[in-house]
Design a protein. Structure first.
Length: 298
């Protein structure tokens, strides 16, 4: 598919019978794993991608490095890719056009940078400007407009729902395709948002969020997982590191390692079945009786 077709496909996925599930990737291999498991699109996560290159979340990664990684992810898969660009790195339109240039066809855009919540006019203006620029570039980029009101616990709690709806509907009128209420986890509020919003609702699946099937019944059209998948992967790596450090071998972890796929070829179009193989190096290292343990000093 060309970029235009990918953008149109990504938009269609927000209007199917089931929610679009986006298990956020953080590099080319995680994106390929998601594609190989049958997911029809890939989303990046800002925290996971920033961590890959040694930065904290919150627009601390230089824009050029974020674009490099987003482009590498887009080149690794055939499915559409959407990128989390936080508040646009001080240049929402330029960031959107650069994403298109590197093969990305969708983006998340927040209405808060640091501690500053944008006015509705400013945030909607950013959405409108991105929509206009994307049309000019010939790629109908999918814009997922996100409000930070719930996550930041901004303002009076008793008016937060109405203020969030006002913002998100303004972003939809400005050209957003999907509306993201980060920080909302309870079924009652999710259901009320679905009823009040003009466009599809994105919910982050996290601790306390209803199961995906319940989110589907509530009418949620997009479910993302944020930094959760990358944190799980890092947790697994930490367990292996600790086991090697404390025991000098991988006897506890090696059964898990046997089941982890490795990619011979991460290029788009590579045969997904032939590209997946088993990790056998650790099996070969430990299959000999009396194999020497790794020794550490310090």
């Amino acid at each position: 598919m060309d970029a235009r077709s990918k953008a149109e496909r990504l938009r269609e996925l927000h209007h199917g019978s089931d929610p679009l599930l986006l298990v956020n990737a953080w590099d080319g291999v995680s994106a390929r794993l998601s594609e190989a498991e049958g997911f029809p699109a890939v989303a990046t996560g800002s925290a996971g991608c920033a961590a890959v290159l040694g930065y904290p979340d919150g627009q601390r990664i230089p824009r050029a490095e974020m674009l490099f990684l987003a482009g590498a992810i887009a080149r690794s898969v055939e499915v559409p890719v959407t990128a989390d660009v936080e508040a646009g790195y001080d240049d929402p339109v330029g960031t959107a056009l650069d994403l298109i240039r590197v093969g990305v066809v969708g983006l998340n855009l927040e209405d808060m940078s640091g501690q500053r919540l944008f006015s509705i006019a400013e945030a909607a203006g950013n959405v409108r400007a991105i929509r206009s620029a994307a049309i000019g570039a010939g790629v109908p980029m999918v814009i997922n407009a996100r409000t930070e009101l719930y996550l930041a616990k901004h303002g009076d709690e008793t008016t937060r729902f109405d203020r969030a709806v006002e913002r998100l509907n303004a972003y939809f009128d400005a050209g957003a395709d999907c509306l993201f209420a980060r920080g909302v986890t309870d079924a009652e509020t999710i259901g009320r948002l679905v009823a009040a919003l003009k466009g599809p609702l994105n919910i982050l699946a996290t601790v306390g969020t209803p199961p995906i099937e319940e989110l589907r019944r509530l009418g949620v059209r997009r479910v993302s997982f944020g930094s959760g998948p990358s944190r799980v992967a890092l947790g697994a790596y930490r367990r292996i590191v600790r086991e090697i450090r404390t025991t000098g071998h991988l006897r506890r972890s090696r059964q898990r390692l046997y089941r982890i796929p490795r990619f011979r070829d991460c290029s788009p179009g590579a045969d997904k079945l032939n590209a997946l193989t088993r990790l056998t190096r650790f099996e070969r290292l430990e299959q000999k009786p009396g194999a020497a343990r790794v020794r550490f000093h310090g």
